[in-house]
Structure formats: structure tokens, C-alpha cells
Design a binder for this molecule. Structure first.
Ligand code: AMP
Length: 397
């Protein structure tokens, strides 16, 4: 990696501003899933061991530039204290006199968490004056460990880097960049990409870029229906983005001329609406009117799994069906098992996006996946070949 890493920094006795991703789910004022907090512990422990004075910042939810106690990071301070086994101080505003005083009171190895940066509209606006106020809380050293926010040019991710001497990647950030970077720049082949989820429009750039890089692509989930419909196939009431039909047709045409292996579902599990308990399974060509496809069918699962078993690099983002409902989760769970099995057999696998990650966890195979990406949107932009502003802004090594 060409960017400076936290491992390169001299931090003893210095206040280091660390942007983390503590955007965790809260339930009645308690952290209900602390995965994101635990992911940053290696970075925080390294900084503590090296005698840094840690000033941590994060966003949580979308308070839209206003103070909203529902999105307070105070419960996260308590949880982090438990995980680190030491007290974590808390500043009720991420900028201003109190935060400055608390940052100055830190001794080596001590930790301060700032309140939600999105309580200020200036955060998302990447306001330079606000970024400068954030930078005033540290001794010219910034570490970004919030891969999940790296695709956003916000003040605590990008703006602050203009007001410090060194901006380095944290260990989690570095891990993400190494894994994703290797997959797209130097993959062991065959490289198979699996894409699913609701909308084609969210993933067009990813499809286009991965068609250049991968050896095969498997498309499932609702987004497959726009492709299927563009070929004149019957899809009933399945979700189709009509304004993307031409684009989908063009991509399939390109795949055909280039002899790129792009696989779409051949059968599916249907219901009259997502809430109906009666389902049926048909080939795509036999889709009845008035029914909607909500999961891939057994023949598709077999084909996709076969393709995965031959892969040496696998990138997967997005569920193959309406995974939240057990009746339509089979395709996604089968994919999780196939990706895990291929990994055990020697492939490198990268799974990103909330539903796909949930599927590997539910299937009990998470530990078999090479890399589970913490940033859904950021990893998609990375796979689309875009430069992430939060990475670009880091200092060169
Ligand atoms: P995304 O955020 O684009 O990854 O999409 C995830 C959502 O897509 C999940 O909420 C799934 O329920 C939904 N989804 C996947 N397949 C289908 C489908 N065939 N019909 C309707 N929704 C789907």
C-alpha cells in the first residue's frame, strides 16, 4: 500500500485523532451489536500500546445536522470501555471548549470519544472551518479507520486531513484496502463475481468494472429481473427497473460479443406478493403472470455453486433473494455455503454488503471467508474502480 499506515507513526505522548466507524445498532440506549466496535480494537490497542492519547470520532445514523439523543454515541463509550477494559471519556460535543479541554487532559494511552460528528451539518458539507476545529483536538496526527465512510468526502474523513501533518490508515482500513485491492488488481484466476440485491441502478458501475476484471459474473436477486426482462423473458410482477432495460440489454450484448461468462437465474421461487405464504418454483421462461420472483431456484443454485467451486477468487455483494424472509433465503444461504466451501478448498473470498455478510454469519461459515468487508457502499465503489476520497486524502508513505 502506498499510503501511510498507523504502524509507521510515532505517537507517544501525542493526541491522535482517530476516525472510526461506530455506526452501530442501538436498542433502548444499549449497543445491540458491537461488531463494528470490535473491528477497530486492533487499531486502538496499537495506538494505546504506543503511548498515544486517543481522540475518537464517528457518526451514528442520520441525525441530519441536528442534536438528536436517539443517535448519541454515549452508549458506545460505555461499550468501548468494557471492550478495552479501561475507562473511555466522553465529550458531549465533537468540537468546542469542552472537547478541547478533555482532549488536553488525556494522558498517554487514555481514550476520549467525541459525540456524533453528524450532529453538525458541517460534517457532511465537509466544511473547512469545522474540519479545522476537529483537527484542533489532536497534535497534527490523523488516523482513518472508517473504511465504511471512506467513499464520503466529509469533514472528519477528508476535510481534517488538510489541517494535520500526517494522515494514516488504521489497521482495519489497511486490511480492507489490501484484500479488495488484491482482488481487483492481481486476482488468482478464475475470478468470479457474484452480485445480488435490489437495484441494478446501484450496481451498474460495479457490473461494468467487474466485467473487465473478472472471468465470470453471477447475477441474482431482484436486479437480475431487469436483465432477464431486457431479453424479452417473462418475469411477472418481479421488480424491474424499466429505465435501465436498455443499459442491461447493452451489458448482455457486450458480454456475448466478448464471450464473457455472465450467468443469470434460470429458475426462481415465486409468490403472489412477498407476504404470501404460498410459493411455487418455475423456470424463468414459465413465469406465471401476477407472481413475483423472490429467490433463485434449485437449478440456479446448482449452476452458481458449480461456478463458485471452480473459482480461485470470489467477490460477493448482495443477496440472491429476499433473504430477510426464510421462504426466500435459500439461494443466499446456499451461496454462503458455496463460497465458504470454495474458500476451504483454497480460493480467496471477499464478502461485502449487509445481507451477504448476515448470510455467511447465519450459515455459520463466517470464519471460513477470507475477508468480510465492513463497508458496503465503500467496497462497492472500490469494486466499481472509483477512487475513495477518504483513501486519496491519506498521506503517501
Ligand atoms: P441491496 O441493498 O441492493 O443489496 O438489496 C438488498 C435487498 O434486496 C434486500 O432487502 C432483499 O430483500 C432485496 N431483494 C433481493 N432479491 C429480491 C427479489 N427477488 N425481490 C425483491 N427484493 C429482493
Amino acid at each position: 500500500m502506498s499510503k501511510l499506515s498507523i504502524r509507521d507513526l510515532e505517537m507517544s505522548g501525542k493526541r491522535v485523532f482517530i476516525r472510526v466507524d461506530f455506526n452501530v445498532p442501538l436498542d433502548g440506549g444499549r449497543v445491540s451489536d458491537d461488531t463494528r466496535i470490535r473491528e477497530t480494537l486492533p487499531t486502538l490497542r496499537l495506538a494505546i500500546e504506543r503511548g498515544a492519547r486517543l481522540v475518537l470520532a464517528s457518526h451514528l445514523g442520520r441525525p441530519k445536522g441536528k442534536v438528536d439523543p436517539k443517535y448519541s454515541l454515549a452508549p458506545v463509550a460505555a461499550k468501548l470501555g468494557e471492550l478495552l477494559g479501561k475507562p473511555v471519556a466522553f465529550a458531549a460535543d465533537c468540537v468546542g471548549a469542552d472537547a478541547e479541554a478533555k482532549s488536553k487532559a488525556l494522558r498517554n494511552g487514555e481514550v476520549l470519544l467525541l459525540e456524533n460528528v453528524r450532529y453538525h451539518a458541517e460534517e457532511e458539507a465537509n466544511d473547512p472551518a469545522f474540519a479545522k476545529q476537529l483537527a484542533a483536538l489532536c497534535d497534527q496526527i490523523f488516523v482513518c479507520d472508517a473504511f465504511g465512510s471512506a467513499h464520503r468526502a466529509h469533514a472528519s474523513v477528508v476535510g481534517i486531513t488538510k489541517f494535520v501533518r500526517q494522515s494514516a490508515a488504521g489497521l482495519l482500513m489497511e486490511k480492507e484496502l489490501t484484500h479488495l485491492g488484491r482482488a481487483i488488481s492481481n486476482p488468482e484466476r478464475p475470478f468470479v463475481a457474484v452480485l445480488g440485491g435490489a437495484k441494478v441502478s446501484d450496481k451498474i458501475e460495479v457490473v461494468q468494472n467487474l466485467m473487465k476484471l473478472a472471468d465470470a459474473m453471477l447475477i441474482g436477486g431482484a436486479m437480475a429481473y431487469t436483465f432477464l426482462r431486457s431479453q424479452g423473458l417473462p418475469v411477472g410482477k418481479s421488480l424491474v427497473e424499466n429505465d435501465k432495460l436498455d443499459l442491461a440489454r447493452g451489458l448482455l450484448e457486450e458480454a456475448r460479443t466478448r464471450k464473457f461468462r455472465l450467468l443469470l437465474p434460470v429458475d426462481h421461487v415465486l409468490a403472489e406478493s412477498p407476504d404470501f405464504s404460498t410459493t411455487k418454483t418455475t423456470d424463468i421462461a414459465d413465469t406465471p403472470d401476477g407472481w413475483m420472483g423472490l429467490d433463485v431456484g434449485p437449478r440456479t443454485i446448482a449452476q452458481f455453486s458449480q461456478e463458485i467451486s471452480k473459482a480461485r477468487t470470489i467477490v460477493w455483494n448482495g443477496p440472491l433473494g429476499m433473504f430477510e424472509k426464510p421462504a426466500f433465503a435459500q439461494g443466499t444461504l446456499a451461496m454462503a455455503r458455496a463460497v465458504a466451501a470454495a474458500t476451504v478448498a483454497g480460493a480467496t473470498s471477499i464478502v461485502g454488503g449487509g445481507d451477504s455478510v448476515a448470510a455467511v454469519e447465519q450459515s455459520g461459515v463466517a470464519s471460513q471467508i477470507s475477508h468480510i468487508s465492513t463497508g458496503g457502499g465503500a467496497s462497492l465503489e472500490f469494486l466499481a474502480g472509483e477512487k475513495l476520497p477518504g483513501v486519496e486524502a491519506l498521506s503517501e508513505r
